[in-house]
Design a protein around this ligand. Structure first.
Ligand code: SAM
Length: 257
């Protein structure tokens, strides 16, 4: 409901006030807008959640291949407030919708890099969430994190070697408020990390695994069987918003049932 509320309001106001403009050649249906509106309205009602075993692994385009198209003006340059920010344009459009819909109290980011993405998540949270949230970002190479990210009041950076889940601070994880949005962008032992963090996740929490699922090899397929057995479903609203799996996290916008 949350995602489609604005679309529904527009649909009703336009029908009520400008019915003559609602035909296919009307001024309010420019370039097939209605088709897009219908899709968004349906997003809240349809079979939006899918089991990993029911999905194929085809990807429309892997968004990172856009890197290979050079743009001198840096139209695809990955920065946020001057810091390195390694997200694709599609995912930059998707995460704010999920943050708005989920209203996470905690974002756990695995892989901080320069802190640009944590800064972006924290800024998005502060604008989109009604209750104040926290970003906890984990990385081994924390000396690379920029002061502009460190000084954000909602962000905590943690130096952790993610190759061993025993390095997580269990006491911290137990206290972090839900809903959680976990983003694995570290690419280290992704399924053992998932299994470990799942002990702390509750129904409704989200877990996004960036990049690794693109390969769809045996390790990934086996890992997604584990994810399915653990009661997670793929939220196709996010994976398929711009075309089937047009995201750096194909089949990997996961919601705990
Ligand atoms: C793709 S970058 C993260 C990008 C960042 N989230 C962004 O969107 O801008 C991956 C990060 O994983 C970290 N990393 C790699 N191996 C790690 C390990 N064993 N433990 C913790 N962090 C690790 C690297 O230091 C690097 O900062």
């Amino acid at each position: 409901m949350k995602l489609a509320a604005g679309y529904k309001a527009f649909w009703e106001a336009a029908h009520k006030n400008y019915p003559q403009q609602m035909s296919s050649d009307g001024l309010l249906d420019q370039w097939g807008m209605f088709e897009a509106i219908k899709n968004v309205v349906n997003a809240d009602h349809s079979d939006r959640f899918a089991k990993p075993s029911e999905r194929d692994w085809m990807i429309s385009i892997y968004p990172w291949t856009f890197d290979k198209r050079s743009t001198k003006v840096g139209a695809l340059a990955k920065t946020y407030k001057g810091l390195i920010f390694l997200k694709t344009p599609f995912d930059i459009a998707l995460y704010p919708r999920l943050i708005w819909e989920l209203q996470p109290r905690t974002i756990l980011e695995l892989g901080s890099y320069q802190g640009g993405s944590a800064l972006w998540f924290a800024d998005n949270m502060s604008v989109l969430c009604e209750l104040t949230g926290e970003v906890h970002s984990f990385d081994l190479h924390t000396e690379c994190i920029h002061d502009d990210a460190r000084k954000h009041p909602l962000i905590s950076f943690h130096q952790v070697d993610l190759s061993d889940v025993n390095n997580f601070d269990e006491d911290l994880l137990k206290t972090l408020p839900h809903p959680w949005l976990v983003i694995d962008d570290a690419h280290v032992k992704i399924f053992s990390t998932f299994s470990y963090l799942n002990n702390f996740l509750v129904s409704g929490d989200y877990y996004v695994i960036e990049d690794n699922p693109v390969r769809a090899n045996k390790t990934i397929i086996d890992g997604f069987e584990l994810i399915e057995r653990s009661g997670f479903l793929i939220d196709t609203y996010y994976t398929d918003s711009f075309g089937a799996n047009l995201t750096c996290a194909p089949n990997a916008w996961l919601r705990k049932s």
